[in-house]
Design a protein around this ligand. Structure first.
Ligand SMILES: [Zn+2]
Length: 347
């Protein structure tokens, strides 16, 4: 079976990878034929840097974790899914008996096994075996492409949940990449009256402005805090979502924040981020951090189906699986205006 394998840093190969034979379908597992796989910033980072923090690629690893597909085999005890069901999958499998999992925080279970995070293989390959509990049936009106967006969308929905959005809140999202934009959509769906989105890429900001009541701010041209204060009569926004991961963006999170506001740190950090506790203190700011997501996949699927959230404008480019090495080269060049690129698996 052909898979997209990261052999080592900057070296990808589309080649046979004998993994299918090792994957038996357990009683509560399903085997899924992959249909669409999104390219995530983390996949690209493993490709260009060979690792991040404690996760280093030490042996060839299959990339990809944002996926949808069709059930082709079910375990003996599977009751909610059947062969032929269209599904999307939550890529992190925690230890069901761990203490973190038992208190509901399964995403921060230290033993979680997450696709395309070394040494766990991803899903840019024909099939994968996955637990029924982390596989979600799609309504007919949700496409495979939209379903492969559920994974990044889940990050935004988890962040909006942590922020405890109230109807009519104003929010600022720093960073207009895929995670920034799904966070803006999630904040609006959760009840925000308006969301400001900041970035330096005009093409991304232009796209953002079409997604709803979103005001773009190009921080290469104007001062972010001044722009927010002007737009809010000097009060500031109730919520700041930090999705850039850049220390410059992150250090300024409290400047546009209103008294009693909330800050959610979402973007992963390339370098350490420091923030000013004094500025947080005088606002009595509440600061939250998110790591991936928990308990939100069914909510994301429901919102895509109802139309509460539309992710289709974020999918800016598709590649055939045979061209997936090229797709990663394109993604690594960080082309302007591209948000989410997806790879279509052979059916
Ligand atoms: Zn992702």
């Amino acid at each position: 079976m052909k898979a997209l394998v990261l052999e080592e840093r900057m070296k990808l190969a589309l080649r046979d990878f004998p993994i299918e034979n090792d994957e038996a379908v357990g009683p509560r597992d399903v085997r899924i034929k992959l249909h669409t796989v999104g390219i995530c910033g983390s996949d690209v980072h493993y490709y260009t840097h060979g690792g991040t923090g404690v996760f280093q690629v030490k042996a060839p690893m299959i990339l990809g974790h944002e996926a949808s597909g069709t059930v082709v085999e079910t375990g003996a005890e599977v009751s909610t899914l059947k062969v032929g069901d269209r599904v999307c999958m939550e890529p992190g499998i925690p230890d069901p008996n761990s203490r973190a999992t038992r208190i509901g925080l399964y995403n921060v279970d230290p033993a979680v096994r997450f696709w395309a995070t070394p040494p766990i293989h991803g899903v840019l390959r024909p099939t994968v075996v996955h637990p029924e509990a982390f596989t979600f049936k799609l309504p007919d009106n949700v496409s495979f492409a939209e379903a492969a967006m559920v994974e990044p969308l889940a990050v935004g929905v988890h962040a909006a949940t942590k922020a405890q959005v109230k109807p009519g809140d104003l929010a600022l999202v720093i960073g207009a990449g895929p995670i920034g934009l799904v966070t803006a959509l999630s904040a609006l769906a959760a009840g925000c009256a308006r969301v400001f989105v900041s970035d330096v890429d005009d093409a991304k900001l232009e796209l953002a402005a079409k997604l709803g009541p979103i005001t773009p701010v190009n921080v290469a041209k104007e001062d972010l805090s001044a722009a927010i204060m002007k737009a809010t009569d000097g009060w500031g926004v109730e919520i700041v979502f930090e999705c850039s991961g850049h220390s410059k963006g992150a250090e300024g999170v409290f400047d546009p924040l209103c008294p009693g506001g909330r800050v959610v740190f979402i973007g992963s950090q390339v370098h350490d981020i420091q923030y000013n506790v004094g500025k947080a203190m005088v606002r009595e700011a509440r600061v939250e951090h998110v790591f991936r997501y928990a308990h939100v996949f069914p909510r994301c699927v429901a919102m895509l189906s109802s139309g509460a959230i539309d992710v289709k404008p974020l999918i800016t480019r598709e590649f055939a699986f045979e061209d997936s090495v090229h797709a990663f080269e394109v993604a690594a060049s960080a082309p302007k205006g591209e948000v989410k690129m997806q790879i279509l698996m052979p059916q």
